[in-house]
Design a protein around this ligand. Structure first.
Ligand code: MSP
Length: 654
């Protein structure tokens, strides 16, 4: 069997259903989806696996805290996770849950096998455990007494335990890594893992006795299998383990796509488990970087999460997918900001791609009766597009093969940019006016061909948009059923195909106008008078147990300060707005407040108020506003808050 005949097997981590998933989980899953879709276009059979990691102490505790039985608890969260993937157009071929009987059987079979071969033995364990990370640590590994991975407190564990002889296979693993430079990617992660292994591997505790939510050890039911040992096995459960037939067709996995914090489990513990079981090890573990917000990894426990549903409601599925894959070079960490998303949406999607599609099809409609014209043989009317398209598609394909998703998109955007420029250079409207049908036909045919090529090549990234483009340029069927090579081949678009121009694919988002509308709405609805003047952007919500409350840390992120009004005047053309100049003790800034109906500007001068000093700046009615003054609101009555003692300007309000 050649490599191309083997089913391409790609996985995401199986996520903990301890709470709803956030944009960080979506990042991995969308990336895996794009790679899976790309491989399908390459004509490969693909098996794309995702799922949920449902056992362990953390889930058990979270469920109990919610007053639920663990199974009922995870069932609910998992239903939400499935809905999220459907909405994000994730094309997984299987969804594995570690509470399924097929998986419990696989875990028990592997555990038994390793026990029988002497790779698992019983001893006493004494050490530390980080429940959020579900990781064992030795005293010497702790950092100032806390978990070296996440920095949170660890718990003392002293119990009888089964151990797995990791140490036995360390040399074999190092040899494998050396002989297969692609096994751990990107290279920085490989180097980290090599030093980790060289620093010495201790045998791993692989069972627990102090709680019950897990797979029982088959020959000693007082023990349950350690959750990571259980979870990693999911990849072969889905391939049919312990039955050999399915396994041989699918296994080994081609890529385990994971976040960088769990590369260690996938590239050290997992391969050694497989060595011990006499199975092949995965071809590649790719550890991508983190989405970072406000200087910290986006994570449930830090409470700085972004809900992908909110982003999709607002910007659409494909804009979210595009942003995730385009913005951050795959492998590196990247800062998440909603402004960056909007900037990409407006520039790349609305301006570049959306305009190209709209302008091209509009002209085909106006000048060619909505039928793809014949290219004719007019010289000099292809603008080099056929060569450029072939090159862009080739480069994008090579980049996708290396999992350089952002670079792949960049290559395709060179074709988008050149096509837009070609329209400007050739001015088809002038050719139409001059009655030069031959040249006009050539120009528009070539542009339509670009749209066809782009529809195929973009389908792994933005499946819905690609399908729309495919249909709009007059083609039938599903673009995802085409071949990647069709995108590189010129002239496959049939002359005479009936184009179907639709609405612009990506409407522009104007955050400034929305900020204005939000400030107006705040004023119009007094109950919201103390709400932020910034647009109602994505809310960062806390963990599962923080639905209606904020933690003290979250509150602490607000910078509230005492300020004095130095000047106040009405904003022209806005009945309800006042422009205030505030002195925050050494710093003066302008704030626009919706209080004109309640305060005479002159009477405000000299008053001390409380201002939210770190509110994101907004432009309201053309006026910059850097902060918000706090007011109590009682029906129609609005009352500004201020200190009742003389305190220094700039004093913190807590
Ligand atoms: N259950 C384990 C994985 C077991 S795999 C055999 C687990 N689950 S998790 O729910 O915590 O998911 C972690 C994974 O989610 C990361 O490895 C990464 O793929 C993704 N991400 C979570 N937060 C992320 C960011 N802020 N940024 C990028 N990816 C993130 O660990």
């Amino acid at each position: 069997m050649t490599d191309r005949d083997k089913t391409f097997f790609i996985t995401t981590p199986i996520y903990y259903p301890s709470a709803d998933l956030h944009i960080g989980h979506a990042y991995t899953t969308v990336a895996a989806d794009a790679i899976a879709r790309f491989q399908r276009l390459q004509g490969r059979r693909v098996f794309f696996l995702t799922g949920t990691d449902e056992h362990g102490q953390k889930i058990e505790r979270t469920a109990r805290k919610a007053g639920k039985d663990p199974q009922a608890f995870v069932d609910e969260v998992v239903a939400g996770i499935r809905r999220l993937w459907e909405r994000l157009d994730i094309s997984n071929d299987d969804f594995i849950r570690t509470t399924e009987p097929r998986h419990e059987r696989a875990v028990q079979a592997l555990f038994q096998r390793l026990y029988d071969s002497g790779d698992i033995y019983k001893a006493d364990y004494e050490g530390w455990y980080c429940t959020p990370c579900e990781s064992f640590w030795l005293e010497r590994q702790l950092v100032t007494g806390n978990c070296p991975d996440c920095g949170r407190p660890v718990e003392r564990v002293r119990e009888e335990s089964y151990f797995f002889r990791l140490s036995r296979y360390a040399d074999r693993l190092l040899e494998h890594i050396d002989a297969h430079p692609d096994f751990i990617q990107p290279p920085s992660r490989r180097n980290e893992m090599v030093s980790f292994i060289k620093s010495g591997l201790d045998d791993l505790s692989v069972s627990r006795t102090t709680f019950a939510w897990g797979v029982p050890v088959p020959f000693d039911k007082r023990h349950i299998v350690y959750v990571w040992f259980d979870a990693l096995i999911n990849y072969i459960t889905a391939a049919g383990y312990p039955d050999g037939a399915g396994l041989s067709a699918l296994w080994p996995a081609d890529v385990h796509l994971v976040g960088k914090e769990i590369v260690r489990f996938h590239s050290v513990i997992w391969p050694i488990m497989l060595f011990a079981a006499g199975l092949e090890i995965p071809r590649q573990v790719f550890g991508h970087g983190w989405l970072v917000l406000g200087g910290a990894k986006i994570s449930k426990s830090r409470g700085n999460i972004i809900d992908p549903h909110v982003l999709m409601d607002r910007y659409g599925v494909d804009a979210v997918r595009y942003f995730l894959l385009r913005e951050i070079p795959f492998g590196a960490d990247g800062h998440y900001t909603e402004d960056a998303l909007v900037a990409r949406l407006n520039a790349d999607l609305a301006n570049d791609l959306g305009n190209l599609v709209y302008r091209t099809l509009n002209m085909v409609e106006r000048f060619c009766g909505g039928r793809v014209p014949a290219p004719g043989d007019a010289a000099g009317c292809d603008g080099g597009l056929p060569d450029l398209a072939a090159r862009a598609v080739r480069e994008a394909g090579a980049a996708m093969g290396r999992l350089e998703l952002s670079a792949a998109i960049e290559s395709l955007w060179r074709l988008v940019a050149r096509s837009n420029k070609f329209i400007d250079e050739m001015a088809p409207w002038a050719l139409a006016k001059a009655g030069d049908r031959a040249r006009l036909g050539s120009v528009l045919y070539n542009l339509c061909e670009c749209l066809r090529a782009l529809a195929i090549a973009l389908s792994p990234i933005m499946p819905r948009t690609a399908q729309k483009m495919w249909e709009q340029v007059g083609l039938d069927g599903r673009v995802e059923e085409r071949r990647w090579d069709d995108a590189a081949q010129w002239g496959l678009l049939p002359v005479g195909a009936a184009t179907r121009r639709g609405a612009p694919l990506f409407p522009r988002v104007d955050l400034e106008a929305e900020a204005e509308a939000a400030a107006e709405a705040r004023v119009a609805a007094p109950a919201g008078a103390a709400a932020p003047a910034a647009p109602d952007k994505t809310t960062a919500v806390g963990g599962a147990d923080a639905v209606d409350t904020v933690s003290i840390e979250e509150f602490g992120r607000l910078e509230l300060r005492v300020a004095e009004v130095k000047a106040a005047e009405r904003v022209a053309g806005a009945d309800r707005l006042l422009r205030l100049q505030l002195d925050l003790g050494g710093e003066t800034r302008q704030v626009v407040a919706g209080i004109a109906a309640h305060y005479d500007p002159a009477a405000l001068v000299g008053r001390r108020v409380v201002v939210v000093a770190n509110l994101k700046p907004a432009v309201i009615r053309g006026q910059e506003s850097r902060g918000m003054v706090l007011a109590a609101v009682d029906g129609d009555r609005v009352s500004l808050l201020g200190p009742d003692q003389p305190v220094a300007l700039g004093s913190k309000v807590r």
